[in-house]
Design a protein around this ligand. Structure first.
Ligand SMILES: [Zn+2]
Length: 137
């Protein structure tokens, strides 16, 4: 019997092209059904049949959100790259204890200090952006 691999649902940042396309648009139907859509995607609500077209959102406004999301995604990437670089430098200079010291310090400072602060700033930045009322077609 073939063992079936358990399917995990991808998080939005793992979807191919998510970074280039920008963040998903959360659409709430008039009947209360919710769905995350990519910009330009059309959606027909399963419960009531209304259709929505996200390309009606002004492109310049969506581009602003996309820029903001890219800017805030750059920090974790930069932090990870910096830590990797430090680990390489420590290794090359023969400073093995330095690597074992660096990793826990990096993890703790990321999860305890940087990440919550970063998320708060991101939420504040997002909340200042416009919201759209998409009408059903
Ligand atoms: Zn609906």
């Amino acid at each position: 019997m073939a063992r079936r691999r358990r399917q995990r649902t991808p998080r939005d940042w793992e979807q191919p092209g998510a970074i280039l396309k920008g963040p998903p648009i959360t659409l709430t139907c008039e009947c209360g059904e919710r769905r995350d859509l990519a910009y330009g995607e059309r959606w027909q609500c399963e419960s009531c049949g209304r259709t929505y077209d996200t390309s009606r959102i002004p492109a310049d406004q969506y581009a602003e959100i996309r820029r903001l999301s890219l800017r805030y995604r750059a920090l974790p990437v930069a932090f990870g790259a910096l830590m990797a670089l430090l680990a390489i430098v420590f290794t090359l200079t023969g400073n093995w204890p330095g690597v074992f010291f660096l990793m826990p310090v990096a993890l703790v400072s990321w999860f305890v200090f940087i990440r919550p602060f970063h998320r708060k700033r991101y939420r504040e930045a997002i909340s200042g952006l416009p919201r759209w009322e998409l009408r059903a077609d």
